[in-house]
Design a protein around this ligand. Structure first.
Ligand SMILES: Nc1ncnc2c1ncn2[C@@H]1O[C@H](COP(=O)(O)OP(=O)(O)OP(=O)(O)O)[C@@H](O)[C@H]1O
Ligand SMILES: Nc1ncnc2c1ncn2[C@@H]1O[C@H](COP(=O)(O)OP(=O)(O)OP(=O)(O)O)[C@@H](O)[C@H]1O
Ligand SMILES: [Mg+2]
Ligand SMILES: [Mg+2]
Lengths: 259, 259
């Protein structure tokens, strides 16, 4: 039974992309078949998976404007269990092409229905905004993983994110579909100072059991891996952040099996 | 002679807001009159200046949709030299209201002309995107400050940012106006690891003299200040990041005077 998860938070630099690629690779090591969708104009997830910009014909944005079909845009990777639907860095012009499409919030949802059963998990890396692209991701999803950086400003935007999730839940209800907050992931915890732990406590108080047990520590290997176009779980498998993401994958599988 | 500067970079979490508020406060300590415009739906700059969400009538977005006038939306602060044009967290609906306005890229520019001479510096905090809102900021600006976090992924998006700047430069040329890259600011340098310095070297090789001498170090006081709704230059004036931002203000004034 496939599970589609958006990795979403409009706050910038909270670890959405890092979580998307490392959760994808950790799930694939556990034998799960994963589709990683890069839905960000910055195409960071695509770059971090070692995929070069000129090396493919169609991007996910060509699918949203219905100029390409999802199956033809999907790329296989060196890992047998991970496929990637890549993004391309484009001038953000696609909203204008799509804004008059009355069904525009469901475009990705419709296209994904045809192929989701080929995967155990579909992970969607969202951009730092709550606009049309992120709405498409959420409408296409069963659940949302919210990465929250252990910094005060990262908590500040949670209300707005939750409001957006509620709006999408009502859109999906019309189709008898649900959207849950699958989990909240605390990221980039700097264990050397107190303020990070303050954020951990506040987030756990607010979200209770939704918060994953795993907390990803701030860890220099994690950003070093990006220089080499591989997830940190491959670049530095014994580092603290790699171990964190592997534990997260097990938590995700447990939550999915228990749901 | 007033100077309007956008603090822009579509990569998330690179220190745009932190730079906007700390440069604003540091310039004000040097006797400069500053208008800080928060152009981000997340309203982080507004929050970090201690301004509460319910406490004002009109936001900058009401000005963009022409439902309010800029002078009535501007708030004075406890600091005599800093005014703030606040943002409000809203569902991102304003593009749809404005998309049919054929002059939509010049809305902020036109409104700012009327009041910019009241200030020495106007600083615009941009969201992590290159959409309509950031284009409005750039069109309204004389120059751009690009914060670049000392991480590989932060360099990845610079090409796209520079392409957007070129597009805006041609829009402004039609009005006989220019837009320069006023400066590139390296932020959040973690002096304990090598990878940050690698980014410093690459950015200096690429941007040469555009790079500010000042580099802002990663410094826990900087994010602690956000818990209290004040810039770090006020919260912890002797911290390394405060000293960095004060030096940056002097560099900005020197570059402006020499231009
Ligand atoms: N655990 C970690 N330790 C150290 N650095 C990290 C960690 N996780 C992510 N980073 C680095 O922090 C930066 C921001 O992370 P990332 O790009 O994943 O965030 P994001 O939420 O996807 O950003 P955006 O909003 O721009 O899409 C990147 O340079 C990344 O390599
Ligand atoms: N020099 C620094 N040292 C430590 N933390 C910092 C520093 N500068 C900024 N931060 C913290 O890093 C996080 C990201 O910074 P900030 O919000 O200023 O980036 P941004 O580019 O405005 O993000 P966004 O793309 O979401 O608008 C914040 O939690 C901030 O408090
Ligand atoms: Mg990202
Ligand atoms: Mg910001």
């Amino acid at each position: 039974m496939s599970l589609v998860l958006s990795i979403a938070n409009q706050k910038g630099g909270v670890g959405k992309t890092t979580t998307a690629i490392n959760l994808a690779s950790s799930l694939s090591y556990l034998g799960k078949k994963v589709l990683l969708i890069d839905l960000d104009y910055q195409a960071n997830a695509t770059t971090c998976m070692g995929i070069h910009r000129g090396s493919f014909k169609a991007s996910v944005f060509d699918c949203l404007t219905e100029e390409a079909a999802l199956p033809e845009a999907i790329l296989h990777t060196d890992s047998p269990n991970i496929d990637v639907l890549p993004a391309r860095t484009v001038v953000e012009g696609i909203e204008e092409k799509i804004i008059l499409n009355t069904n525009r919030d469901f475009i990705l949802h419709t296209q994904l229905q045809a192929i989701r059963q080929n995967y155990d998990y579909v992970l969607i890396d969202c951009p730092p905004s709550l606009g049309f692209v992120t709405i498409n991701a959420m409408v296409a999803s069963d659940g949302i993983i919210i990465p929250v950086q252990c910094e005060f400003l990262a908590m500040d935007g949670l209300t707005q994110l939750l409001n957006t999730i509620r709006v999408v839940q009502s859109k999906k209800k019309v189709n008898m579909e649900t959207l849950t907050i699958f989990g909240v992931l605390l990221t980039m915890l700097d264990t050397r100072s107190n303020s990070g732990f303050q954020v951990v406590n506040e987030v756990k108080t607010y979200f209770g059991e939704k918060v994953f047990q795993t907390i990803i520590p701030r860890n220099v290997s994690c950003s070093n891996a990006t220089f080499y176009g591989v997830p940190v779980t491959e670049f530095s498998p014994k580092s603290k952040s790699s171990l964190g993401y592997r534990l997260l994958a097990k938590e995700v599988i447990t939550r999915h099996d228990e749901a």
